[in-house]
Every structure is written in structure tokens, then in C-alpha cells.
Design a protein around this ligand. Sequence first.
Ligand code: OGA
Ligand code: MN
Length: 210
Amino acid sequence: MPTPDAPLPAALIDALVGQGWFEWPNAVSDTLCQALLSEAAAHAAAGALHQAGVGRGARHQVNATVRRDEIKWLTGETAAQQGYLRQMAALQVQLNRALFLGLIDYEGHFARYPAGGFYKKHTDSFRGAANRMVSTVLYLNPDWQAAWGGALVIDLKDPEQAPMVITPELGKLVIFMSEDMPHEVLPTLHPRVSVAGWFRCSAGRIDLAR
Ligand code: OGA
Ligand code: MN
């Protein structure tokens, strides 16, 4: 992972601009991923995860026909979370330098999809309406088998092209533009753990395209 002075993978910025997404295997060390996975497992065992919902604020609701994952927001309360949040902060600096996105912070949560879990097609933000700009998903699944399903499927901008299918192996980070990229999580046969997160810009942003 980058520090503020280390370069990103050469292809990352071009990929975000051109295709809207980037798949980065082994972006985060196995040690840190295992520590995050242990935390998520401990929260699951303690019943500390809660059913994820859709919609913000007053419109928030749990709808098990849309998504079936359980989450816990990162608070930075452990060394592992601090390690990951530091890496995301470094990535934020790099994205701002390269793309002038005006990202000001990052929010993220553990997510655990039980066997049978899925998340139907959605976008993480609506253009102009919200302040999530760049989505990230770090996968925490050692020895993942493609036959278990649970892939992230991202619609490509060119409708002629088959969607991108991304398997959730430990250490892989997927980065995509929150407003433009519809995606879904296919039903998984095996529990599937990740950290989903979003870089945000100021809510008062003026959208010059409108
Ligand atoms: C999300 C999401 C994708 C994944 O949490 O909004 O789309 O692969 N997650 O877990
Ligand atoms: Mn999403």
C-alpha cells in the first residue's frame, strides 16, 4: 500500500478515469488482513454485527430482499483498524493529488455475508445527491473458491461489454467511482468478509455539470 510519498500502481489513476474501477490484488498485507479478519470474526461471534440497511438518515431501512450482509462501522479502536485507516488516508492524499477530487474523509465498515448472502445491483451514491465519491472494498477471505460464488460484478460503461467479475480473495482492494458504477454481490455459498468504505467530499459541493 502507498504511503503519501509512494506511487500508486501506475495503472490505477488511468483506470479510475477511463473505466471507473480498478482491481488491486495484494494491496494490503496478509498480516493486516488476518488481523482485520479476526476482528470481524470476533464481532460476528459476539453478535456485534447488525443487519445492513439501504438509504441514509430518515430513509434508512433494512430490506433483506436487497442485501443480506451484516456490518459494523470502523471506529479506529484497534491497531489493525488504525493501520488500515492510515492506508486509506494515504490513498486519499494520492487520489486528491492525481484527480483533484476534494476528498475530505473516509468511512468504512466490516461486512459479513453469511451463506446465502447477496447485495442486489445498486450504486453507492447518486450523482449530485450525496457525497460518496470513491468506493473501496478490501476482501478478507483466505483460500476463496470461485465455485462459492460471492463475486462482485461491476457493470462496464460500455453496455456491449460483459460485466467485470471480481472474486473476493484476501488482500484484494477494489476501487471504483461511487456515482457511475452499478454493481452487485452475487449470492455466496460460503461466508464472505470484507471492509467496504467510501471516500467523501464536502456535502456542499457544487456540481458544475448541472
Ligand atoms: C457495498 C458493496 C461490494 C462487495 O457494500 O456497497 O457493494 O464486493 N460491496 O462487497
Ligand atoms: Mn456498493
